[in-house]
Design a protein around this ligand. Structure first.
Ligand code: 5GP
Length: 191
């Protein structure tokens, strides 16, 4: 998605060797117009797949997931990273290791909001080492539901997430694919 690539070039900041900060338009301050276009793009890619539910993980997946859900006119469920008091035993859970924070989080979705008849589209802001998508996929599998695919806003293709998700047989569509960070510049994969 050209507009997203341009925005990453303009406003993204590279931190260290492998982290891209995009908090001015994606995961802190949000550009709703750009986010709406992302939802439309995911809709165009997956519209033939009879999607019944969009899932993501809090918090930065929620904005693109909601815009996608709006296009499909289907519910959006976000996995929680912490057990809330109102959520007790009726949960599907998975462990997600974060390489950026070097901690493991249990993520969970209420059994009320996912069932075996669902065709699920997974949405997330980044695909890095693939742990978030893998955890969400495990939750979908626990529910006996079907994974239609994964829509990713920014994929860092130099990290191992893509191969982990490919191994699970999940169709991935990424709006921007970053091949490398070189001399402070973001290099994108050719389309
Ligand atoms: P993964 O599970 O694929 O390793 O990482 C996915 C999660 O880590 C994303 O949901 C995102 O929140 C966070 N993440 C991974 N890489 C980056 C990055 O370069 N920048 C930002 N802002 N978040 C990242």
């Amino acid at each position: 998605m050209k507009e997203l690539e341009e925005r990453i070039k303009k406003d993204g900041r590279i931190l260290g060797t492998d982290v891209l900060k995009v908090d001015s338009f994606l995961n802190h301050q949000i550009d709703p117009t750009l986010m709406k276009k992302m939802g439309e793009e995911f809709f165009n890619v997956f519209k033939e797949k009879n999607v019944t539910k969009i899932i993501t993980v809090e918090s930065s997946g929620i904005a693109p997931a909601v815009m996608t859900g709006l296009c499909f006119d289907k519910p959006v469920v976000f996995a929680r990273k912490h057990k809330s008091l109102t959520l007790k035993n009726d949960l599907y859970t998975a462990d997600v290791y974060s390489f950026t924070k070097q901690t493991s989080n249990k993520i969970s979705i209420s059994k009320n909001f996912l069932n075996s008849s669902d065709n699920v589209l997974i949405i997330d802001d980044f695909l890095a080492n693939g742990q978030a998508v893998k955890g969400l996929a495990e939750i979908v599998e626990s529910a006996g539901a079907t994974i239609v695919g994964a829509g990713i806003v920014i994929e860092k293709s130099f990290q191992k997430g893509r191969s982990i998700v490919d191994e699970k047989g999940i169709k991935v569509h990424s709006l921007a694919r970053i091949k490398a960070f070189e001399n402070g510049q973001v290099i994108f994969e050719e389309e």
